[in-house]
Design a protein around this ligand. Structure first.
Ligand code: IFM
Length: 450
C-alpha cells in the first residue's frame, strides 16, 4: 500500500527558534526573551535574538526548501510580533512578515501549514497571570482571529497549540523552559484547562473566518510500542501510551487529547487530582471539543512495553548500548508505527506527523559538506515504520521533518543541531546536509525507495 499518493512531505520550524529579529519592527517581548536573559537558563548563555535570522533570510530558506522538494512547510507565528502586548493594538509590520513568507512559499509551490502557538507567549500577558487568567482563552482566540483574517485567503491548514505538554509541563512544572517557575498542581491544572479552552475558542474563530480550512492541534507523546506482536503486549502498550503518570501528569497524551476529541478529562486524572481540578464551566467541554479535521503528532521516541499478565503493563528495559541521539534521546523507530496507530484507533482523526527528527553533532567537513549519516539512518528506519502504520490502515496525511534548519534549541541553546540545513550561527551561511539530498530522493519517490 505505502504512503498515499497525495502524501505531504515537508519540514517544520518554530518562530522563536529561527526568526531572530527579536527587537525589530515592533515585535513585543515573549516569555522566552525574558527567560534567556536569566543567567544559567540557556546553555552557553545563547538566546533567540538573532537565531537563524530567518526574519530577514526567509527567501533563502524558502529557496532551499524548494531545492529539497518540500511540498509543505510548517511554521509558527510569533504572537508578540502580531500583538506586542498580547492583546489590543496590532503590529502591521509583524503581519506583513508572514504575508511575505506565505507569498514566497506559494510562489515556490510549497503549501504553508501554520501553528499559532509554539511557546513564545507574550510577556505582557504573562504579567497578567498568563494562562491562569480567566480571560486567557479569549486572548488566544482573538489572536487566532487576527491571523485568520489576514492569512486565511492563502493558509488553509492551521494547528492551534504545539506540544502543550511542554509549554505547561516544562514551563511550570519541570521549570527547564520559560517561564521556568514552578506552580502548585491546582494552578497548573487550571492553566491546562485554559489552554484547552483557548484551543476551542480559537477553532471557533478560525472556522468562522476560514470555512474551508483544515484545523487541528499538535501535541506530542512518548509513543510506547509493544515488545512483541502478541495481543497482550499490544493492549499493554496501548494502555501505557494513554496512561497518566502521577508525578508527570502534563506529559500524558490523554490529559490533552481526550478533552479535545472525547469532550472529557480522563478518569485517571480525576482519580489522581480530583480535588485540585479547576471548576469546569457548563459549556467548557463543548467548547474544547470543537470538531477538528486533522490531528498533529510530534513523535521522537517511546519505550517497549510488555503485558504484566494482570491487565497492566511493564516497561521493558532498553538493551545496554541502545542507540541514542546527540541529545541522548533513545532511537526507537517503532514509535512511528505504533504511536500513530494507537492515536488513530482512539481518536479517529487523520494524522500528520508534525515533528520527527534527531539532533546530531553535525559539522562542516574539510570538503565543505555536512555529512550526517546518522540522520539518514534514523529517518530511514522511522519512515519505514511510518509506512507500516499506513499499511495497517492508519490515515497518515503527511510528515514534517524537525527541523528545517539548525536552530535555537531552547534551554540547550546551540548545542543540539536538528536541521537538514546546516546553519553557521556566526555568518548565517546555510549548507544542505547529506540528509537533505537523501530526503529529496525520498520525496521524489513518495517513500517507495525506503
Ligand atoms: O525543538 C523542539 C521543538 O520546539 C518542539 N519539539 C521538540 C523539538 C526538539 O527538541
Amino acid at each position: 500500500m505505502g504512503f498515499r499518493k497525495d502524501f505531504v512531505w515537508g519540514g517544520a520550524t518554530a518562530s522563536y527558534q529561527i526568526e531572530g529579529a527579536a527587537y525589530d519592527d515592533g515585535r513585543g517581548l515573549s516569555v522566552w526573551d525574558m527567560f534567556c536573559k536569566q543567567e544559567g537558563r540557556i546553555k552557553d548563555g545563547w538566546n533567540g535574538d538573532v537565531a537563524c535570522d530567518h526574519y530577514n533570510l526567509y527567501q533563502t530558506d524558502v529557496d532551499l526548501m524548494k531545492e529539497i522538494g518540500y511540498k509543505a512547510y510548517r511554521f509558527s507565528i510569533a504572537w508578540p510580533r502580531i500583538l506586542p502586548e498580547g492583546t489590543g493594538a496590532v503590529n502591521e509590520k509583524g503581519l506583513d512578515f508572514y504575508d511575505r513568507l506565505v507569498d514566497s512559499l506559494l510562489e515556490a509551490n510549497i503549501t504553508p501549514y501554520v501553528t499559532l502557538f509554539h511557546w513564545d507567549y507574550p510577556y505582557e500577558l504573562f504579567r497578567k497571570g498568563g494562562w491562569m487568567n480567566p480571560d486567557s482563552p479569549k486572548w488566544f482566540a482573538d489572536y487566532a482571529d487576527i491571523v485568520a483574517r489576514r492569512l486565511g485567503d492563502r493558509v488553509k491548514n492551521i494547528f492551534t497549540h504545539n506540544e502543550p505538554q511542554c509549554f505547561i509541563g516544562m514551563g511550570y512544572q519541570d521549570t527547564e523552559h520559560a517561564p521556568g517557575i514552578r506552580f502548585p498542581i491546582w494552578d497548573t491544572l487550571l492553566m491546562a484547562h485554559n489552554v484547552l479552552l483557548g484551543h476551542g475558542y480559537a477553532i471557533q474563530a478560525l472556522r468562522a473566518a476560514i470555512p474551508d480550512a483544515k484545523l487541528g492541534i499538535a501535541p506530542t507523546c512518548s509513543a510506547h510500542y509493544p515488545d512483541t506482536d502478541s495481543p497482550e503486549d499490544i493492549e499493554a502498550a496501548r494502555k501505557a501510551i494513554f496512561d497518566i503518570e502521577p508525578d508527570r501528569p502534563f506529559w500524558s497524551v490523554s490529559l490533552w487529547s481526550d478533552p479535545v476529541f472525547k469532550a472529557e478529562y480522563p478518569k485517571k486524572l480525576w482519580d489522581l487530582f480530583g480535588q485540585h481540578m479547576p471548576k469546569i464551566g457548563a459549556d467548557d467541554m463543548k467548547i474544547i471539543s470543537q470538531p477538528l479535521d486533522i490531528y498533529g503528532q510530534n513523535i521522537y521516541n517511546g519505550q517497549a512495553i510488555r503485558s504484566d499478565g494482570k491487565g497492566g503493563y511493564d516497561f521493558v528495559q532498553r538493551p545496554w548500548g541502545n542507540p541514542i541521539t546527540a541529545a541522548k534521546w533513545p532511537i526507537t523507530p517503532k514509535a512511528l508505527r505504533w504511536g500513530p496507530k494507537f492515536m488513530f484507533d482512539r481518536y479517529g482523526k487523520p494524522i500528520y506527523l508534525t515533528e520527527n527528527g534527531l539532533s546530531c553533532q553535525d559539522a562542516v567537513s574539510l570538503d565543505g559538506k555536512v555529512h550526517d549519516p546518522n540522520r539518514i539512518d534514523f529517518l530511514h528506519r522511522y519512515l519505514k515504520e511510518l509506512r507500516n502504520a499506513a499499511d495497517d490502515g492508519v490515515d497518515i496525511l503527511g510528515y514534517f521533518h524537525w527541523c528545517v534548519t539548525d536552530n535555537f534549541e531552547w534551554a540547550k541553546g546551540a548545542t543540539e543541531r536538528f536541521g537538514m540545513i546546516y546553519c553557521d550561527f556566526e555568518t548565517q551561511e546555510r549548507i544542505l546536509k547529506d540528509s537533505a539530498y537523501w530526503y529529496r530522493d525520498v520525496i521524489r519517490a513518495n517513500g517507495e525507495n525506503l
